[in-house]
Design a protein around this ligand. Structure first.
Ligand code: GLU
Length: 496
């Protein structure tokens, strides 16, 4: 029988790296064990579910290459992999438990329950339900109902029993049922509680491996209890650590500005780099050298097992992610690199303005106007960029005529007057070069020019760079000038 893994998100908007981890770890384990992977949308909490969250989630998973064997067919037509479509199933099991007296209605109002908790806390007791309505007579129930009270359904939890389960990452965990108490399994509005629905679904979907974030470790004993009450086989459990924020305490969350996958995509990160990075911070593999840290999906699947999953929280490190991304860019074949950059320019780069208001939205289409120039430029920076959007600063000079007047000449270490003299000199030197100019000829002529006007060579190269590229950073200057062509170079040098 094949093993079944699942990712069971409650969609609330654009996903971040923490949620990628939650999808990725069970996904790779499913592949590892030749199992199946289910995507189940936990959308019973209607308040939290934004209408287009599911669409965004599916889009992000698809972009990352995290595919599922069973799950939503599309974001709008809800099928049985949406909890909201499964309410009658939960209802059936609730009724079964009620009929067997393994659960009971409790009629306290939220205010009354709050008061009970307050009392317990003031006595230093845990806020477990003490079973006030556990043994109401039929008449008492009717009386409460007649008052218009809507009951919650509570599970009749055996007292003083030890619930034990083995977590594949955190080891054996035991909890006394007295610390759990008679938990609510159905809210007063008729919707199931998470701990109940998740057990019903995992059981009905024949899930063998429940792999999810650390936050759910404390729910697991309650879930094991429910499996036991139904006399169902308990799945294998594994919980993995959280990803902490880079610059502040706490785990990555949208509230604290965790960057969304959509933003990473717009900025030109590669999905394989994001996956590699998340696995790198989530698992411990024994690498002999740094080179082996770069893994593709097949290598990850080969390497992963439950023993490799880290217990300790990793801190997000944007420079490390950038490093991974740069490495993955360099690993692409040239053809793939160009094809994917063009696809990104057409489809994802235009979204950059949603994240950076000063992003010049005309850039992606400008870059696409001359494909062969773009291709030449891309090859020149393949070894330098960390993410695709770096091409805007590296190669902008090819598609935007730089404004000489705005160039800050400070890095040349000369006055404006001296710069003007150098400009004139450079214009004449470049104009006198024979077609096709060679790198050696070009370089020696510029060195001679520097000597003749008493400039340091490096300063004159910088002056030329500023005029040609409009910035002190650029791909190699000679190659940049060859790409621009002599006429455009002369025009830039001779501006105003
Ligand atoms: N829906 C839960 C969440 O988004 C996950 C449930 C689970 O994996 O058991 O946190």
């Amino acid at each position: 029988m094949s093993r079944i893994f699942r990712y069971a998100p409650s969609p609330t908007g654009r996903i971040h790296l923490g949620q990628v981890k939650a999808a990725l770890i069970p996904y790779i384990l499913a592949k590892k064990f030749n199992g199946k992977f289910i995507l189940r949308i936990e959308d019973t909490d209607q308040k939290r579910n934004k209408a287009d969250s599911v669409a965004m989630l599916l889009e992000d998973l698809q972009w990352l290459g995290i595919t599922y064997d069973l799950g939503p067919e599309n974001p709008t037509e809800k099928n049985e992999y949406f909890q909201s479509q499964r309410l009658s199933i939960y209802e059936k099991y609730i009724n079964q438990l009620l009929a067997e007296d393994k659960a009971y209605p409790a009629y306290e109002t939220p205010e009354e329950r709050k008061e009970q908790i307050k009392q317990q806390r003031s006595k230093g007791q845990p806020a477990v339900y003490l079973g006030h309505h556990a043994n109401l007579t039929e008449e008492e129930r009717k009386k409460f109902a007649a008052q218009g009270r809507k009951p919650v359904i509570r599970l009749r939890v055996p007292k003083n029993q030890i619930i034990t389960f083995k977590d594949e990452v955190f080891g054996e965990i035991s909890v006394n049922t007295n610390q759990i108490g008679d938990i609510v399994i159905q809210k007063s509005d008729g919707t199931p509680m998470y701990n109940f629905a998740v057990v019903i679904d995992d059981h009905e979907m024949r899930v063998t491996d429940v792999v999810r974030g650390f936050g759910h470790l404390s729910n697991t004993s309650k879930q094991v209890l429910i499996y036991n009450i139904f006399n169902w086989q308990v799945p294998r459990f594994a919980h993995f650590s959280d990803i902490q924020n880079e610059n502040q305490p706490g785990k990555l969350s949208k509230r604290y500005g965790a960057k969304s996958i959509a933003q990473f995509r717009a900025e030109g990160y590669l999905p394989e780099a994001i996956i590699n990075y998340v696995v790198y911070i989530s698992c411990s593999f024994h690498f002999k050298d740094k080179h082996e840290e770069i893994m593709d999906m097949d290598q990850i699947i080969e390497a992963i097992d439950y023993q490799n999953i880290l217990k300790t929280n990793a801190k997000f490190n944007s420079s490390k992610l950038d490093w991974f991304n740069g490495q993955h860019v360099r690993r692409l074949s040239n053809q793939d690199y160009i094809k994917r950059t063009i696809y990104w320019l057409e489809n994802h780069a235009p979204q950059l303005h949603e994240y950076y208001q000063d992003f010049d939205s005309s850039l992606p289409s400008k870059f696409l106007t001359d494909r062969s120039l773009l291709q030449e430029g891309l090859m020149l920076v393949k070894e330098r960029i960390t993410k695709l959007s770096d091409i805007f600063s590296y190669l902008g000079f090819l598609f935007n005529d730089t404004d000489f007047n705005q160039v800050d000449i400070t890095p040349t270490g000369h006055t404006r007057e001296e710069f003007e003299i150098a400009r004139e000199k450079l214009y004449n030197v470049i104009q006198s070069l024979q077609h096709p100019w060679t790198h050696r000829e070009w370089e020696s002529k510029i060195r001679e020019a520097a000597d003749s006007i008493g400039w340091r060579h490096a300063d004159l190269f910088m002056a030329l760079r500023l005029m040609i590229v409009g910035s002190r950073y650029s791909p190699p200057l000679f190659e940049s000038m060859v790409m621009l062509g002599i006429d455009r170079c002369l025009k830039r040098i001779n501006r105003n």
